[in-house]
Write a protein that binds this ligand. Structure first.
Ligand code: IMP
Length: 428
């Protein structure tokens, strides 16, 4: 394979960072193609935990090219902070190892303020966003009033664009009781950050074409998860981008026919951060236990994640919609001490059985999961890196998931550490 797309098949936090890190060893280029610094990718390397939000995970390896594609919304301040954080860990981010698309959309400080003001006003019906301005920045992109990275190359030409975006935002700000902004504040902000960001700017679609012609191996790193996709997720409790693998093409300027293989990262149980339907959510000791053993706290916001059993119906659906070729199963070891493990194999709504997630929020809230019970393996699987060393009952659990979601499991991760991983197939 020369290009591989990695996406999360659930609500994010499936452990994509570790898998991308592992595969980036053999990749030449690692590309982010949607989302922004709402993502939280955790890597554990030689006992050191590294948390990334915006930069492609491959940045931690030497001699890799990383790309932030046009489909991302980029907060310049967040980028500068992440680069400084990595520099303290002796990981250098330079215009040689990071390229940012000229047409990437910028997140500006007022996007974040609007995100937070909206959530505060929404009360009980809030989405539970990360409060980073992701939604408002994508709204401006679609409404054709965004400031793109290339716009700040020559700030003397930017006044008209700033006026257009502020005319809109000031109406909203007034309604939310926020102070009105004048363009000088925004121009000054852009002047401040410009010299730190512009050196990374490049024509990345051309660069990626060149990489393809030179047979370089490219890894596309998805953020969030398929159930947070703005079209096919649990709308409106979703993020504001398409998280489907097809977005790798649009969000980086690579034709879809050049995406060779798609890996769906899937947690051995289910978690969700923020509001919205969650059919297999647990409110009992088992849920607390999953959260504690799995360390289910948000990388970005520190929020406690909601936990539940593996939902086969959801993963089968997202895998079909997105065209997943293989699954990387993560966090199997978190289930080591459970005597009984449930897999959701169907739903019941008003006494009627269905085998898919209805897209109406009203119907989603009425779902009762139908479970199949599995005996736990009750032994330590953390750190196992040979499939033959997994207990039989763990293998049976893996096989059940594989059969139910109709996608082969080719990678199994058995701890957060870089080296604790089983590959059943060569990926690149
Ligand atoms: P936003 O992306 O900040 O607008 O948040 C929208 C929804 O997506 C909220 O429920 C967030 O908790 C969720 N979300 C956004 N990014 C991530 C992520 O990287 N992992 C898990 N959930 C996320």
């Amino acid at each position: 394979m020369s290009s591989v797309v990695i996406v999360g098949t659930q609500w994010g936090d499936e452990g994509k960072g570790k898998i991308v890190d592992s595969l980036s060893q053999d990749a030449d280029v690692i590309v982010r193609f949607q989302g922004g610094h709402n993502a939280g990718h955790t890597l554990v390397i030689d006992g050191q935990t590294i948390k990334l939000s915006l930069l492609p995970s491959g940045i931690v390896r030497r001699n890799k090219l990383t790309v932030i594609g046009n489909g991302v919304v980029l907060d310049p301040q967040a980028l500068i902070t992440e680069i400084e954080y990595l520099s303290k860990l002796n990981i250098s981010v330079t215009p040689e190892n990071l390229k940012i698309a000229e047409n990437v959309t910028l997140i500006l400080p007022f996007h974040k303020e609007l995100d937070i003001a909206r959530e505060n006003q929404a009360g009980k019906s809030k989405i539970g966003t990360t409060g980073r301005g992701i939604g408002p920045a994508y709204e401006d992109k679609v409404a054709r009033r965004s400031i793109k990275l290339i716009d700040i190359e020559d700030i003397s030409n930017i006044d008209e664009k700033i006026t257009r975006i502020l005319d809109h935002h000031n109406i909203l700000r007034k309604a939310f009781g926020l102070s009105e902004l004048n363009s000088d504040i925004i121009v000054d902000y852009l002047k401040d950050i410009k010299s730190q960001i512009i050196p990374f700017m490049d024509n990345t679609w051309r660069l990626l074409k060149e990489m393809r012609l030179r047979n370089k191996k490219v890894l596309f790193e998805g953020a969030q998860g398929l159930l947070l996709d703005v079209d096919f997720g649990t709308y409106p409790y979703v993020t504001s981008s398409n998280t489907l693998p097809a977005q790798a093409a649009i969000g980086s300027g690579v034709g879809p026919k050049y995406l060779d293989s798609i890996i769906g990262i899937t947690k051995a149980y289910t978690t969700r951060v923020g509001s919205g339907p969650f059919p297999t959510e647990l409110f009992d000791d088992a849920g607390d236990k999953l959260g504690n053993i799995g360390n289910e706290f948000g990388t970005v916001t520190g929020r406690e994640r909601r936990c539940g059993w593996f939902d086969g119906v959801l993963v089968r659906q997202t895998a079909q919609i997105s065209g997943i070729d293989m699954i990387a199963l993560t966090k199997l070891d978190v289930l080591d001490t459970f005597e009984k493990i449930m897999i959701c194999v169907g739903y019941e709504i008003d006494g009627r059985k269905i085998d898919y997630l209805p897209l109406s929020e009203y119907m989603q809230n009425k779902i009762k999961p139908i479970y199949e019970e599995h005996d736990g393996w009750l032994s330590d699987t953390s750190g196992v890196n040979d499939i033959n060393d997994l207990p039989d009952k763990a293998i049976q659990y893996i096989k059940k998931i594989e059969e139910f979601v109709e996608i082969p499991i080719k990678i199994i991760s058995t701890s957060p550490k870089r080296e604790d991983i089983i590959f059943l197939e060569n990926i690149f």
